[in-house]
Write a protein that binds this ligand. Structure first.
Ligand code: FAD
Ligand code: DLZ
Ligand code: SF4
Length: 547
């Protein structure tokens, strides 16, 4: 066979209409999907994330075969699997007669850089196409950003609303007279608000096989593998999307920022893993959400809020990533160098908010936005944890995490490590914010109303200390004028006491086990469990005393 093309699809490219398949000739071309160690371990992804992607990839290969494509699917343990995407492409070229390789650009800089060399290494044309599943092309984002002193999501979002004609009235103005209803979307949950139960999706044989594989091969990775309740087919992902639009979207807006102990999902969509891997189409979700409002089934604040997350934040975040990389990842505007505390992995801390979020993350490979931003992210910001360590954690633990979306959210939004390129101010907050938006403090050993003393909430002194420590960098930020005025008004004794309290907390943090997961390489089987226990009980002892 001559004149045929090898079309590589990555684990987050599970979309039949993707650019790399656009001119595919099913009788002639070969589509390649490969489970490879390099992708599963470049960070040690949560077990559920690996299982989700492998099962979704296997199901997608079936979907393509049913549509008439010739598919080569390489399983992780298949004999001869080279362990890398390049190796698998090269291996297929040995057995297939192809003239060229076609790929849709990957979502991560490291892989994009690697692929730039493939044509030379393979001595064959390698065409890398733009990923037009996103709603803003690279050139359009660059043109929008060109000449702007500051990049701000809000202005980008308005342009995107106009471009796609979403939630506009006949005159082209925003429905409801405002572009943004965020100020309506900050309600804490009332005690009697009930959360709708999510539909259960049973595992099929393919998923069960993958669960067995992941349990055996990735036993040393973070996270609980079961119960496993992710959708792994387009059909099931669409079922979950329909469920969300009908049952959770109406209250999505009101409770978007709320947190409640024991309720990891509230009214969030949980759709990010499916959008990011290509099982759901972001524009269709926006249009379907708009239809719910037009049909009178969901209020405008909810629908606008949901559309803003996808059309606005998601696209803006991606635009910033490709505009700023690779320099972006190396910035450290607040000179944060502290290692990541072990309790980000173990959850063993007396700070109940962190223990809850880490526990849910371990169980579900999911935490909603405010948990990521205002609990684990906020603590890392206040405590000055090194951005690269925090980013490696977020990239590993969430099922929706890929560098293009995780990095700007963590580096820019949560840690302000880019000095304000993405957000106009750091999302720094004391325990008061967590208390207002959740019931975590009701179950905490610390007292959220205290700033100094042995039972004081650690977030409080750290918050003021963060402002004081970074005054030369942040003091002139107009959006921080009020907290800096409050800091300036504090009597010197109080400032001194807060500085001492924060210093004690940070010293305690420095004494806790701080390490990547797992603490020792290749921990497997029963031995792993024993050593894992030893490490975590040592950490627990220290933290019981200190944090
Ligand atoms: P919903 O609350 O239901 O929101 C609807 C959709 O909007 C999401 O599915 C998602 O596609 C999109 N969205 C919302 N906020 C953002 C955002 N800030 N950036 C991009 N898309 C957004 N999101 C990821 O998809 N992958 C990540 O690796 C990731 N890492 C994050 C790290 C930090 C520190 C923070 C603060 C946020 C991160 N986010 C990430 C954004 C956001 O937290 C998740 O998209 C959201 O929690 C996913 O849950 P959901 O589907 O229930 O979202
Ligand atoms: C995340 C992931 C994992 C765990 N495994 C694979 C894999 O075995 N094969 C693959 O093609 N992709 C995988 N992925 C997704 C890739 O890491 C992702 O495509 C790149 O990071 C680019 O976004
Ligand atoms: Fe978190 Fe402080 Fe509240 Fe405890 S008191 S849950 S540490 S904010």
């Amino acid at each position: 066979m001559t004149g045929s093309t090898l079309r590589l699809l990555l684990g987050d490219q599970l979309t039949p209409a993707i650019s790399s398949l656009r001119d595919c000739e099913p009788g002639k071309d070969t589509v390649l999907l490969a489970e490879v160690m390099a992708e599963a371990t470049y960070v040690r992804h949560h077990k559920k994330k690996i299982a989700f992607l492998f099962s979704a990839m296997r199901h997608f290969a079936d979907e393509l075969r049913q549509a008439g494509h010739r598919v080569v699917y390489v399983r992780l343990e298949e004999s001869g699997n080279t362990g890398s995407l390049f190796g698998e492409v090269a291996r297929q070229l040995g057995s297939l007669q192809v003239d060229r390789v076609v790929i849709t650009e990957p979502g991560e800089w490291r892989l994009r850089e690697d692929m730039a060399e493939w044509q030379t290494r393979l001595a064959l044309p390698v065409e890398i196409r733009e990923d037009d599943r996103f709603l803003c092309r690279h050139a359009d984002f660059r043109a929008w950003a060109e000449g702007r002193k500051e990049l701000r999501m809000e202005f980008f979002y308005r342009d995107m609303r106009r471009r796609y004609g979403l939630l506009l009235d006949a005159a082209g103005d925003p429905e409801g007279g405002r572009w943004n209803f965020d100020s309506d979307n900050r309600h804490p949950l009332d005690a009697d608000t009930t959360i709708p139960p999510r539909p259960a999706l049973p595992c099929d044989d393919t998923t069960r096989e993958v669960l067995e594989l992941v349990d055996r091969v990735f036993a040393g990775h973070f996270g609980d593998l079961e119960p496993f309740d992710f959708a792994v087919t387009r059909h099931d992902a669409e079922t979950l999307a329909r469920w969300f639009l009908r049952h959770a979207l109406p209250r999505f807006g009101d409770y978007q920022d709320a947190m409640r102990q024991g309720e990891p999902y509230l009214f969030h969509s949980l759709l990010s893993p499916y959008i990011n891997c290509g099982l759901l189409d972001p524009l269709r979700l926006c249009r379907d959400a708009e239809a719910e409002w037009r049909a009178g089934r969901a209020p405008l604040n909810a629908v606008e809020g949901f559309i803003r997350q996808i059309l606005g934040w998601r696209e803006y975040i991606r635009g910033v990533y490709w505009l700023e990389m690779p320099r972006y990842a190396d910035t450290n505007a607040l000179a944060a160098h502290r290692p990541l505390p072990w309790f980000y992995w173990s959850g063993e801390t007396a700070m109940n908010c962190i223990a809850q979020v880490v526990g849910e993350t371990r169980r579900n490979a999911y935490a909603h936005h405010i948990q990521r931003l205002m609990v684990t992210g906020n603590f890392a910001l206040l405590a000055g944890i090194a951005p690269a360590e925090v980013e490696a954690w977020y990239l590993a633990v969430y099922a929706d995490a890929y560098d293009w979306v995780e990095l700007p959210n963590t580096h820019g939004m949560a840690l302000f490590a880019d000095g304000g390129r993405l957000a106009s101010k750091p999302y720094a907050a004391s325990g008061k914010y967590i208390h207002r938006m959740s019931d975590y403090c009701d179950h905490c050993r610390y007292d959220v109303k205290q700033t100094v003393g042995s039972t004081a909430c650690p977030f409080n002194a750290l918050y003021w200390d963060f402002l004081a420590r970074n005054e030369s960098r942040l003091g002139r930020n107009p959006r921080l004028a009020m907290p800096y005025r409050n800091l300036a008004r504090m009597p010197p004794d109080q400032r001194r006491a807060i500085a001492e309290q924060a210093a004690q907390t940070l010293a305690a943090l420095d004494q806790t086990d701080s390490t990547a997961w797992p603490s020792e390489p290749a921990l497997q089987g029963p031995d792993r469990k024993k050593r894992g226990r030893k490490v975590s009980s040592r950490a627990a002892q220290r933290q019981a005393k200190l944090l």
